[in-house]
Structure formats: structure tokens, C-alpha cells
Design a protein around this ligand. Structure first.
Ligand SMILES: NC(=O)c1ccc[n+]([C@@H]2O[C@H](COP(=O)([O-])OP(=O)(O)OC[C@H]3O[C@@H](n4cnc5c(N)ncnc54)[C@H](OP(=O)(O)O)[C@@H]3O)[C@@H](O)[C@H]2O)c1
Length: 247
């Protein structure tokens, strides 16, 4: 998959929602999707960062994106439904979601992690991807072929000490992917997969592994063949899978 070479119009006329679009992998994916023809709905809390990505897409000649300043940590069902309704009202369709937003505190033993931290970790990293996808499902089902990508984490797949509630939430995304894919069935127009990026030079990596020189790690742009493959129609048969970029 890392050698995948998408055609330039892979995502032409498609509308893709990207959470965590203002930085790291979400930013890189938003730029890559727009470069391949998609209208990207950029979601995050920090409007300035969303605007910077918006400007980058326009400057590179991509379709005009849309911005959705939104806090996944506090939204309830009504807020998710309003968001989905507003998106479809303005952009007319929805062909995919990349869930890239995440909340991370620090690597600490479970004995030091608080209930409040766990509630935030579960809300942003697991509950929001579920609730946002469910709110968008009618629009996704109306698309000819829609793709939902949840972003997993190596330690959700292979648990290790100190990753705590973050890893538990990420493990939940893998279970969610399996259950939802089975419920949707092979013939559904919507497919769901979890993508595990592995080590990438972003803010998160500098916090979890401060000793690693970022220039020696893969950059977010290096992983875009995976993000494009799973979002476009070349992966129509790939559903309910946990895909590891580093594997
Ligand atoms: N980097 C790695 O090495 C690595 C490895 C494995 C997995 N991953 C996964 O890859 C994904 C992207 O990671 P990254 O390193 O690219 O992260 P990042 O640069 O830290 O970006 C995370 C994004 O999430 C958004 N966000 C956080 N809380 C939010 C909230 N409550 N509501 C809405 N948006 C929120 C942030 O934007 P605002 O602050 O503007 O809201 C930010 O743009 C994550 O799911 C992470 O678990 C990364």
C-alpha cells in the first residue's frame, strides 16, 4: 500500500470530512484529498489552524474547502446531528470521514490517571468518532461508495504500560470497526477501516518520544498513499480491516 500511486482525480467531486484537520496527519490528509479533487470539510477547535489549511488548499488550486470549528470533547448527539445536517446542506453530499482528531495527556501509570482524564480520552478518541459517524450515516449511505477511516494507535493494538486510557480508547476503535462492518455487511455502500499510522513526526510523537529526532521519522506526507488508498474506490473491497502503515 505504501507504493500506491493514486490517479490525480481519485476523489474528484467527493466531499470528505476530516477531524483534526488543523495539524499533523489530519492536515496532511486534507491537503492530499484536496489535491486529488475532494472538497474537504475541515474540523477542529482552533479556527486559525483551520484557516491556514483552508488557505493552503486554495493556494494549491484545490476545490474550496469548508471549515467546521467544533469541539468533539463536549458535543452531544444533537450537536453531531446539527453538524451533519449543516455539512450536507452546504456541501450537498458526504463520501467519507477521516477521524484524525485525538486527545492525549501524557504517558503515566494507570494509578495516576484520573476519572476526568479518562472521560475526555474516551469522549474525543472513541465516543466522538462513533457518534459523528452515526450522525453522518444517512448521508454516507446516500453516496455511491463511502469510506470511513478511524485512526488507531500501535498501543491500542498491542497494549503496553503507561499508555492507559488513550490505548484503551484506541483499542475500542478497532472493536467498533469490526462490529460496525459486520452490521453493515459486504454489500453496503459504506465501508469502515481503522488505520494505524505507526511512528510519524508530529506533535504527538514529540510528546510521547521526546528523544527521537523528528527528521529521522516518517513525515505525515509520507503516509498519504495509505490515506488516499483507503479513502478512494481502489479499496472498495477493503472493509472491517485494521491496517498498519508500518507493517
Ligand atoms: N503522530 C504519531 O506518531 C501517531 C502514531 C499513531 C497514531 N496517531 C494518531 O493519528 C492521529 C493524528 O495524530 P497527529 O499526531 O497528527 O495529531 P496532532 O497533530 O496532535 O493533531 C490532533 C488534532 O486533533 C484536534 N483535536 C484535539 N482535540 C479536539 C477536540 N476536542 N475537538 C476537535 N478537534 C480536536 C486538534 O486540533 P484543535 O486543537 O484545533 O482542536 C489537532 O488538529 C491521532 O488520532 C493519533 O492518535 C499518531
Amino acid at each position: 500500500m505504501k507504493d500506491y500511486s493514486p490517479r490525480p482525480d481519485l476523489l474528484a467531486d467527493r466531499v470528505i470530512l476530516v477531524t483534526g484537520a488543523g495539524s499533523g496527519l489530519g492536515r496532511a490528509a486534507s491537503l492530499a484529498y484536496a489535491r486529488h479533487g475532494a472538497t474537504v470539510a475541515l474540523l477542529g477547535r482552533d479556527e486559525n489552524r483551520l484557516e491556514a489549511v483552508y488557505d493552503e488548499i486554495l493556494a494549491s488550486g484545490g476545490p474550496e474547502p469548508a471549515m467546521f470549528p467544533f469541539d468533539l470533547g463536549v458535543a452531544d448527539d444533537r450537536a453531531f446531528e446539527t453538524l451533519a445536517g449543516t455539512l450536507v446542506h452546504h456541501l450537498k453530499r458526504l463520501d467519507g470521514i477521516l477521524h484524525s482528531a485525538h486527545q492525549f495527556f501524557s504517558l503515566t501509570p494507570l494509578s495516576l490517571q484520573t476519572l476526568e482524564q479518562w472521560q475526555t480520552l474516551m469522549r474525543v478518541n472513541l465516543i466522538a468518532p462513533f457518534a459523528l459517524t452515526r450522525a453522518c450515516l444517512p448521508a454516507l449511505r446516500a453516496a455511491p461508495s463511502a469510506s470511513v477511516i478511524f485512526t488507531g494507535e500501535t498501543h491500542g493494538h498491542q497494549p503496553a504500560a503507561f499508555w492507559g486510557g488513550y490505548a484503551v480508547a484506541k483499542a475500542g476503535l478497532e472493536t467498533l470497526t469490526h462490529i460496525w462492518s459486520e452490521e453493515l455487511g459486504e454489500a453496503a455502500p459504506v465501508r469502515m477501516n481503522t488505520l494505524i499510522p505507526g511512528q510519524v513526526a508530529t506533535t504527538l510523537r514529540s510528546r510521547t518520544h521526546p528523544g527521537l529526532a523528528p527528521e529521522r521519522l516518517p513525515q505525515p506526507a509520507d503516509l498519504m498513499p495509505f490515506y488516499l488508498y483507503l479513502m478512494g474506490d481502489d479499496s472498495l473491497a477493503v472493509r472491517g480491516r485494521i491496517v498498519e502503515c508500518a507493517a
